[in-house]
Structure formats: structure tokens, C-alpha cells
Write a protein that binds this ligand. Structure first.
Ligand SMILES: [Zn+2]
Length: 331
């Protein structure tokens, strides 16, 4: 092929930091599928400008994808300043030589989901899921991805437990295992897929699920299932959350998140407490993902938003599945 014996190099330009993190998706698709495509053209290795929004020299790791049985090649991310330099040299017509060395390896191991709950007082079978994931990339400590999510969801449940009033419905906090290795689906062995499959008919009694997996910066919007747009529930939730800076959103929550996502096709509605992700892709999947990056005041605001919203849902009989989207009147 045209790349026989060469290193494939891709520089998509610097990723832009966005509040909703939307700059990340398009570049990760290239990172994920690029190595297999490069290998098909004869490349011996794959090198990409790190998919992150920072300008320091900490490259971001992340998954790559191969169709089963496809041969793999060593794949690397290079930090933004180093990518700038390589691209500059290529532009000048220099022959670029790169020395690569990797300690990465794949192996089989077993992960676990960790589940704790406050059992509902009058409707214990009605479950609300608060999700996050326990695994992380090993460059940093996984403080923002996703230690923060575990801390936020468990602290929200604890705030409700400490109030001395037990809610009518069950609050189930799940630390999912094995999120980072691939995206869970109802068929995969990730924690999210295994949980959804294992629940069987009990999923019909899952009222709603949400996930915290976007760092610890402040929550700015509440997203609800389509049927809840304009509902009395949305009005009540907005009254509770507005004083801490969380506004109602007309964007419908359809995904939930990577870990709770597999419950969606099986009928479970989702909520989303959208966080400010402007800093998230400066840090995530790098050696800089450490506890000192977490702002305690913003972390507390997350806990307050989760606790306030979850109390409203857990101690009510609101039925998100029964709420049908309001059809706009025809003019
Ligand atoms: Zn994560």
C-alpha cells in the first residue's frame, strides 16, 4: 500500500474547548478508526495529534477500534506542541523521523459494578439510577474521569439519607466497571451492558437514570425526557435548581451517558445535569487528571443539583414513561 513501512501521521488541528464538549466527538472518531485504516494501507504505526484542548505536553490517551480479527499496529498520541512541530517540519518539506516506544498491552481481566442504594419507603421496586464509572486511564488518577462522578452521586444520595426522611422510591448509586475499554451496549460485557441485561423485567420499574461523567465543574442545565418538556415536573425542578444557577433546557436528554446508555433501548428514560465542560478536555485521559484540578465549590454545586433533583423524583409519583411530548398546535 501507499504507506508501506511508514508511520501514518494525522494532525486534525487543535480541538476547540466548548462548554458542552462537542469538539471532542469528531476527532475521536478519527483516533478510533484511524489505526485500522492506516494498517490497511501498509503503515507500521499510527501517530495522531492528541485529542484534547490543552497546549501543554501531556498527550491524551483513548480507545482505538479494530474489527475482530483485524491485525493491530502500535498507535500513539502526540501532544499539541509536538504535533505543531512535526506538522511544521512536514510543511517545510523535511523528512521527519520519529522514534516510537510503547509499554501498552492488552490483557483479559474481570471488572465489577459496585452498587449501593437507599431502598424506597413505599415503592422499593421503583428504581432511580445514579451512574458513574470506577475505572480510569492510568496516566493520571482519574479524579475528573470519573472519580468526580462517583463522589457527586454518592454525596447526593448521602445528603438525602442524612436528611432523616426516606424517599418513597429507591435511589440506586452504581459505580460501573470497565467503561473506558469500549462503549457499552446492551450486548457488551462492560458494566453498563451487564447491568441492563441482568435487570430483565425489573427494568420496567426503572423510573429514570442519569450519569455524572464530565468532571466536577458546575451544572448549568437540566435536560429531561421529551415527554417532560413543559411539564409541571419541569417547572418544579426549575424552581428548585434555578437558585444554584441551573436552568431548564429545551434540549431533550436521549443518551443519558455511556454507562446508563444501554438501558435506553430497553425503555428507561434519562435525565441530564449538564456540566460546564470547558476545562474537561484540557485534563481528561492525561497525567494531569488529578484531584488538585477539582474546585470544591463547583463540586458542591453539583452535589446540590443532584440531591435537589433526585429528591423531587424519588419522593413523588411522577411517571416519565407516561408523559407524552406535547404536539405543537398547528398554525
Ligand atoms: Zn468517564
Amino acid at each position: 500500500g501507499p504507506l508501506t513501512g511508514k508511520i501514518a501521521y494525522i494532525d486534525l488541528g487543535q480541538m476547540h474547548a466548548m462548554q458542552d464538549g462537542s469538539g471532542y466527538g469528531p476527532q475521536t472518531r478519527v483516533r478510533g478508526l484511524g489505526p485500522a485504516a492506516a494498517q490497511d494501507k501498509g503503515a507500521v504505526a499510527f501517530l495522531i495529534r492528541s485529542v484534547g484542548s490543552d497546549e501543554n505536553r501531556m498527550p491524551h490517551t483513548g480507545t482505538t477500534r479494530y474489527v475482530d480479527g483485524h491485525q493491530t499496529i502500535p498507535s500513539f498520541a502526540v501532544s499539541a506542541p509536538d504535533a505543531d512541530q512535526i506538522s511544521r517540519l512536514i510543511e517545510w518539506g523535511e523528512t521527519v523521523r520519529v522514534h516510537l516506544s510503547s509499554t501498552a498491552r492488552t490483557y483479559q481481566t474481570t471488572s465489577q459494578n459496585v452498587v449501593g442504594e437507599i431502598t424506597g419507603k413505599t415503592h422499593p421496586e421503583q428504581v432511580i439510577v445514579l451512574g458513574s464509572h470506577m475505572d480510569s486511564w492510568d496516566l493520571g488518577t482519574g479524579a475528573i474521569d470519573d472519580g468526580a462522578g462517583g463522589a457527586i452521586t454518592v454525596a447526593a444520595a448521602k445528603a438525602i439519607a442524612d436528611s432523616g426522611r426516606r424517599p418513597a422510591r429507591t435511589l440506586r448509586v452504581i459505580f460501573y466497571g470497565s467503561e473506558e475499554v469500549s462503549q457499552p451496549t446492551p450486548q457488551t460485557g462492560n458494566g453498563g451492558g451487564v447491568y441492563a441485561r441482568g435487570q430483565g423485567a425489573a427494568l420496567d420499574k426503572h423510573i429514570i437514570a442519569g450519569e455524572s461523567d464530565f468532571g466536577a465543574d458546575r451544572v448549568y442545565a437540566l435536560r429531561l425526557p421529551a415527554g417532560a418538556q413543559g411539564s409541571d415536573f419541569q417547572k418544579a425542578a426549575t424552581r428548585v435548581l434555578y437558585p444554584i444557577g441551573v436552568l431548564a433546557s429545551d434540549r431533550v436528554e436521549t443518551e443519558g451517558g455511556v454507562d446508563v446508555g444501554p438501558m435506553g433501548p430497553l425503555g428507561v428514560p434519562f435525565f441530564g445535569l449538564a456540566q460546564d465542560g470547558t476545562r474537561y478536555f484540557d485534563l481528561h485521559h492525561t497525567a494531569n487528571d488529578t484531584l488538585d484540578k477539582i474546585d470544591p465549590a463547583q463540586l458542591n454545586q453539583n452535589v446540590a443539583a443532584w440531591a435537589g433533583l433526585l429528591w423531587l423524583i424519588a419522593d413523588s409519583d411522577v411517571d416519565f414513561r407516561a408523559m407524552k411530548p406535547v404536539t405543537p398546535a398547528t398554525p
